[in-house]
Design a protein around this ligand. Structure first.
Ligand SMILES: *Cc1c(COP(=O)(O)O)cnc(C)c1O
Length: 401
């Protein structure tokens, strides 16, 4: 008989009762170091007092009123995001990453339609991308596994190899509205785009009058050590999507636009009942209080570099298991040799007391809360070292001893 909770996930047999900072406790009192952060989402860790208080106070005052009325918490959060994001002029709030990407793709299509080019509705996407699970976003994702059985893909998404500028130029047609890219592919294997490639995309977009749309759902809100990962490339996109870390674990998504893109979504063109409600935006404002506090992002960058060096040492120590380390900021990937799977290493991590997340291309994704300390990184490295030893093929293990 089917479980009452739909079995559409492969869940580990673990359930957590309580969390504090980077730590989680299960019902048996076992403690885990959470270096998955609920898939790069619990950016302030668990039970952050400022976020908890903001949510509790707003919940008691008023949770939801709908977008029939003004929402001061959303106005404030939008103004702060615009202020902190150089290219941005206006923000639309929704509830998840897929929904933010839907809004972003609707905006870029509407932009061209509003400028007399309704035929420009196609978006160039990249192999290995992940943009979410709605009908349109599985088409933007393009992975055959996610499309299977759901009928014809939604029209208007063209896929080309990640990082290949010749392919980009060949794919641009009179129907191209936008290029959509993750600055670091998350689900696809923690694969960063070359900063030069991002700059060349910007130039190609300018040359052909198309829009640069960045999916910053996983990379944004400080995870890279800057507020947005694209800022490392020194470019300005036309529109970006955000979700995951933006609510620190409370469901919230955003489409952050330049004026020329944002102005086309006039009343009646797009919307969401929950989107940007007082409670979600109180959470968003509390997260922003922490992330924009002086020195916070610099500290994320410093801890990330410390972690990176430690992972390189681990890779050097376990050459029969690890083939490389990749990523940016606190979105890091341990790439494994073909003989060992990322799910084996992930399970070995659980056995040692550390939570991580598998990603594509046999990469183990490590995405801790942004508030971790160097001491917690040291502990993570110690646990990962033991997990790596667990999955080391026995011959290599004997040789290493
Ligand atoms: C997680 C993710 C999404 C989808 O977000 P949901 O909140 O699960 O809908 C989209 N894009 C990227 C880059 C993601 O990492």
């Amino acid at each position: 008989m089917i479980p009452a909770l739909m079995p559409n996930y492969n869940r580990a047999d673990l359930a957590f009762e309580r969390g504090e900072g980077a730590w989680l406790w299960d019902a048996q009192g076992r403690r885990f170091l959470d270096f998955g952060a609920g898939i790069a989402t619990s950016s302030l860790g668990h039970g952050h007092p400022h976020l908890v208080q903001a949510i509790a106070e707003q919940a008691a005052r008023v949770m939801h009123t709908s977008n029939l009325y003004r929402v001061p918490q959303a106005e404030r959060l939008a103004a702060r995001l615009v202020e902190a994001t150089p290219f941005a002029d206006t923000v639309y709030f929704c509830n998840s990453g897929a929904e933010a990407n839907e809004g972003m793709v609707k905006a870029v299509r509407k932009y061209h339609a509003a400028h007399g080019h309704p035929e420009r509705f196609r978006t160039i996407c990249f192999d290995g991308a992940f943009h979410g699970r709605t009908l349109a976003m599985i088409s933007a994702t393009g992975n055959a596994k996610y499309l299977e059985g759901f009928g014809p893909p939604v029209e208007g998404f063209d896929h080309i190899p990640f990082g290949n500028m010749n392919a980009v130029r060949q794919a641009i047609t009179k129907e191209t509205a936008a290029i959509l890219i993750e600055p670091v592919q998350g689900e696809g294997g923690v694969r960063p785009a070359d900063l030069r490639f991002l700059r060349e995309l910007r130039a190609a977009c300018d040359e052909f009058g198309i829009l640069l749309a960045l999916d910053e759902v996983q990379t944004g809100m400080g995870r890279s050590g800057k507020l947005w990962a694209y800022q490392w490339a020194g470019i300005e996109p036309d529109v970006i999507s955000s979700a995951k870390g933006i609510g620190g674990g409370f469901p919230l998504g955003a489409v952050i636009c330049s004026e020329r893109v944002g102005e086309v979504l006039k009343p009646g063109t797009h919307g969401s009942t929950y989107g940007g409600n007082p409670l979600a935006c109180a959470a968003g404002n509390a997260v922003l209080d922490v992330i924009l506090a002086p020195g916070f992002l610099e500290r994320v960058d410093r801890v990330a570099r410390y972690f990176w060096r430690g992972l390189l040492d681990l890779a050097a120590k376990h050459p029969t298991v690890v083939s490389g380390v990749q990523g940016a900021g606190l979105l890091l990937g341990i790439k494994l040799v073909p003989e060992v799977t990322n799910s084996e290493l992930q399970a070995a991590g659980v056995a040692e007391g550390i939570l991580t997340v598998a990603a594509g291309m046999n990469v183990l994704r490590v995405a801790p809360p942004l508030v971790i300390t160097e001491a917690e990184v040291d502990e993570a490295l110690r646990l990962l070292d033991r997990a790596l030893l667990r999955v080391t093929p026995s011959q290599a293990k004997a040789a290493a001893k």
